[in-house]
Design a protein around this ligand. Structure first.
Ligand code: C5P
Length: 396
């Protein structure tokens, strides 16, 4: 692995306590780390421990640089291969989204022309606040790669999304960034998992998709060097590391997430999106009555994300759909390719006796302009690798 230089910006959140371990692991990999700390970060981790592990002095103030005639803040901002922000507080996210430059960290981020990866970390309410959502969407649109946050218990005792991505996940993102492969420089979008369509606050419509095939495809594209945006419904399997994860529940949310990620070079729609949602979900839990009529569920059609992508103004160069069928697999999938307007369809038989849904293996047929090509049964990772190589060939 080539040694690469990383400017590591540490802002003032409790997750800063994990940063010495991150620095140690980066150094073990032979990476050079230039640490920059905000003032607030000093409350959580000492500059002494950071500089000792990084084997590099810590910068905090713009004035730290004035005594180094050879490197000002502009030059410093461009001296690394990437800028990694971990943890990224709500405050720093807001400053980045709006271009504030009132300390060294935010000034570097405004002045840099190198790619930026951020691992946000904050209280769940702050993460879910519409302002933060807007700011994050802005950063993504500006090309910043966002890793995490994860769901879990927070230092403040609350539970939800906001925990900084684990050190191994951040390392995965950095590795993924430097990976040399045929898809380097390409941006891939993968949808995965089922969607959950609420009936009322406690019930929902779902399907048996585990997310295993979509997860394997995202990992395979990442391994070939692609930047991967991974939009996942509530899946059973863990999301892959080193990809940008967008978690959604419903088809409508999945469509919004997908649109916010475009443009991309390739989109692979492996999600088992519910075709219908409730025409109007109940605000309160529906009650069982002893004598009244049984509930009458009225459905509305969900947006077709694959068709939307294939026919939209930001159509990716290559759009790949999946067809989960239980009968007339090839005939139905061939018709689906034309109806949806995608380039390829990966067709599979998901009848219950095949064990595909929720299972480890898959037998697929790839359908493109040239017809149908049947692949032997193989693990879902095998299907993913072969598909990723095929994608790399096509995008060459
Ligand atoms: O129409 P059907 O659900 O069988 O199509 C399957 C393909 O379309 C899959 O690639 C799936 O991810 C995608 N799809 C979608 N949006 C929907 C339904 C399916 O993107 N609402």
């Amino acid at each position: 692995m080539d040694a690469k230089t990383i400017i590591l910006i540490i802002s003032g959140g409790i997750a800063a306590v994990k940063i010495p371990e991150l620095i140690r692991r980066l150094r073990d990999q032979g990476r050079s780390v230039i640490p920059v700390m905000t003032k607030a970060a000093h409350e959580f981790v000492t500059p002494l421990s950071v500089s000792a592990l990084a084997e590099h002095r810590v910068y905090t103030d713009l004035f730290d640089l004035t005594d180094e005639a050879e490197m000002g803040h502009i030059e410093l901002s461009r001296s690394a291969d990437i800028v990694l922000v971990a943890p990224g507080t709500a405050n720093l996210v807001a400053k980045m989204a709006h271009g504030f430059a009132d300390d060294l960290a935010s000034t570097l981020l405004l002045a840099t022309d190198t790619p930026v990866i951020i691992a946000p970390s904050m209280n769940v309410r702050m993460w879910e606040h519409p302002t933060t959502c807007r700011n994050l969407a802005q950063l993504r649109a500006d090309g910043v790669r966002v890793i995490g946050p994860n769901k879990g218990v927070m230092a403040c005792g609350e539970f939800g999304y906001g925990r900084m991505a684990e050190v191994t996940e951040i390392l995965g993102a950095v590795d993924g960034f430097f990976k040399v492969g045929p898809l380097q420089g390409k941006h891939a979008l993968v949808t995965s998992g089922p969607t959950h369509e609420p009936i009322d606050p406690v019930r929902y419509i779902a399907n048996r998709s585990s997310g295993a095939q979509g997860t394997a495809i995202a990992a395979a594209l990442r391994d070939l060097g692609a930047r991967v945006s991974f939009v996942t419904g509530p899946a059973d399997v863990a999301s892959p590391s080193g990809v940008e994860i967008h978690r959604v529940q419903t088809a409508v949310e999945m469509l919004q997430a997908v649109r916010s990620i475009l443009p991309v070079d390739v989109a692979v729609c492996a999600a088992a999106v519910a075709d219908w949602r409730m025409a109007s979900a109940h605000d309160q839990k529906m009650k069982k009555t002893t004598s009244g009529p049984l509930p009458n569920l009225e459905f509305a059609e969900n947006p077709d994300i694959l068709a939307d992508l294939s026919k939209g103004v930001h159509r990716p160069r290559l759009v790949v759909g999946f067809a989960a069928e239980t009968e007339y697999v090839i005939k139905n999938a061939t018709a689906k390719r034309l109806r949806k307007g995608c380039d390829w369809i990966v067709a599979n038989d998901v009848s219950s006796d095949t064990g595909v849904m929720g299972g480890q293996k898959n037998t697929v047929t790839l359908i493109d302009d040239n017809g149908a090509e049947a692949w032997d049964e193989m693990p879902k990772e095998g299907v993913a690798k072969r598909l990723a190589l095929r994608i790399a060939q096509d995008l060459k």
